[in-house]
Design a protein around this ligand. Structure first.
Ligand code: 5GP
Length: 204
């Protein structure tokens, strides 16, 4: 087990509805030493990529993205969730369905902060159905930029997002892939890193 899998086993709580609660260290209270380990690992996995910007989505991607950005020494842009409709023109807009809140949000990024010269690493805390990532990819494409890779803390491998994104040909690196989890027993099983799909760089 790697450092993140160990932490999930120690402090993660499996909730009904396929939700893994990790708010004691990842997306409410944040363990910055852990985030630094994640930053170091993403830097290794994307070592051959030339990345000049990190893109994430509010709110829980922001903390991780900022620490990861210190390893790449690049700025972070976060997509904002917005209810306003009169923003096209100065903004790139994508529609994202929220897994946890089960609603649709428009997410926006100012055209000032993303453009055709950008080589982007997308970072997020979770990957479930892949809606958030699809929205972020769409925004980079609208800007004429390049998605160099995608780094995720926790992928729920039993949901379709990971497969869908890998099938699109992106280098998707998830630090922990939950293969199955059970809200009744609290059991969590991880995908063996040797079985991980295309794009994996092996053990941590
Ligand atoms: P997706 O768009 O891939 O379905 O879901 C990704 C987003 O939903 C993430 O940005 C994350 O905030 C949230 N999310 C998805 N699954 C979980 C989960 O099991 N636990 C928590 N805490 N957030 C999740």
């Amino acid at each position: 087990m790697n450092f993140l899998e160990e932490r999930i086993m120690q402090d993660g709580v499996v909730k009904e509805g396929n939700v893994l609660k990790v708010d004691s260290f990842l997306n409410h209270q944040m363990d910055i030493d852990l985030f630094n380990q994640m930053g170091e690992e993403f830097k290794k996995r994307f070592a051959d990529k030339s990345i000049n910007k990190i893109l994430t989505i509010e709110a829980s991607g922001i903390g991780i993205a900022c620490i990861v950005a210190q390893y790449f020494q690049v700025p972070v842009v976060f997509a904002k969730k917005s209810k306003s409709i009169n923003i096209e023109g100065e903004m790139y807009v994508a529609e994202v369905e929220s897994f946890t809140h089960r609603c649709k949000n428009q997410v926006i990024v100012s055209k000032k902060f993303l453009g055709p010269d950008d080589h982007v690493l997308i970072i997020d805390d979770f990957l479930a159905n892949g809606c958030a990532l699809q929205g972020l990819i769409q925004i980079v494409q609208s800007a004429g930029g390049t998605v160099e890779g995608i780094g995720i803390a926790i992928e729920k491998g039993f949901q379709p997002g990971g497969r869908m994104i890998r099938n699109l040909g992106y280098q998707l690196e998830s630090l922990a892939i939950v293969e199955s989890m059970d809200a009744t027993t609290g059991n969590i099983c991880f995908r063996d890193s040797s079985q991980q799909e295309k794009g994996k760089s092996g053990t941590l």
